[in-house]
Design a protein around this ligand. Structure first.
Ligand code: G3P
Length: 222
């Protein structure tokens, strides 16, 4: 299972990279705005900075909603770095753009996916990744995890190579549920990734080991 971090915050990206478990980064216009990155040039430079920190795929989202605009923007983004993945919204012109980029060998991430039918269309159009937003479905009392399960079945039925990128992951249970189902990738906040390492028995066990070691050293030196 690949771990992507869902942020445009360079410090958090560095921290996840330093941990040694990071496979990529996803961003979106809201995450860029949250970091105060505005204006085309700053956005471009920010993507370049992210690509210098991580070795894996970095999703960069287009703002256009028409086919020509998405192609123009996506080609410019893809030219920035070999690891850039062009992030395309699940709309009619987005499907056409996914097929266009797929035919050109440019990696894509189909975003804002909320139904199995949308995921089927994205795979048919040759998307590299499909991003079902599980947290946002949970927000409206619909099961995000059930959506991942359905997409897994559909993709396995037909051998689609599109990778399921569970997005809008909010916490460790989302990650674990996605891992049990077989999502190919999850993208979430640093807190959810780091949260996986926490267990009170690990902490108390380590405290005991260290205390016993200290006692035996003291005894040997007495
Ligand atoms: O990867 C999609 C993500 O950025 C949306 O997350 O928490 O805003 O629903 P959230």
């Amino acid at each position: 299972m690949k771990f992507f971090i869902d942020t445009a915050n360079l410090d958090q990206i560095r921290e996840a990279q330093d941990l040694g478990v990071l496979d990529g980064v996803t961003t979106n216009p809201s995450l860029m705005a949250k970091e105060g990155i505005t204006g085309d040039e700053n956005v471009i430079n920010h993507y370049k900075a992210i690509c210098e920190i991580v070795e894996g795929d970095v999703s960069a989202e287009v703002i256009s909603t028409d086919f020509e605009g998405m192609v123009r923007e996506g080609e410019a983004l893809a030219a920035l770095h070999p690891n850039i993945v062009v992030k395309i919204p699940m709309i009619k012109d987005g499907i056409k753009a996914l097929r266009y980029f797929s035919n050109k060998g440019i990696k894509t991430n189909c975003t804002l996916v909320f139904s199995p039918g949308q995921a089927l269309l994205a795979a048919k159009a040759g998307a590299t990744y499909v991003s079902p937003f599980i947290g946002r479905l949970d927000d409206i009392s619909s099961s995000g995890i059930e959506l991942i399960e359905k997409i897994r079945v559909i993709y396995d039925n037909y051998g689609f190579e599109t990778e399921i990128l569970a997005a809008s992951v909010r916490h460790t249970m989302h990650i674990m549920d996605c891992a049990m189902i077989g999502a190919d990738v999850m993208t979430g906040p640093l807190s959810a990734i780091v949260g996986l390492l926490k267990h009170p028995l690990t902490d108390s066990g380590l405290a005991t080991f260290l205390a016993d070691h200290k006692k035996s050293v003291e005894k040997a030196n007495a």
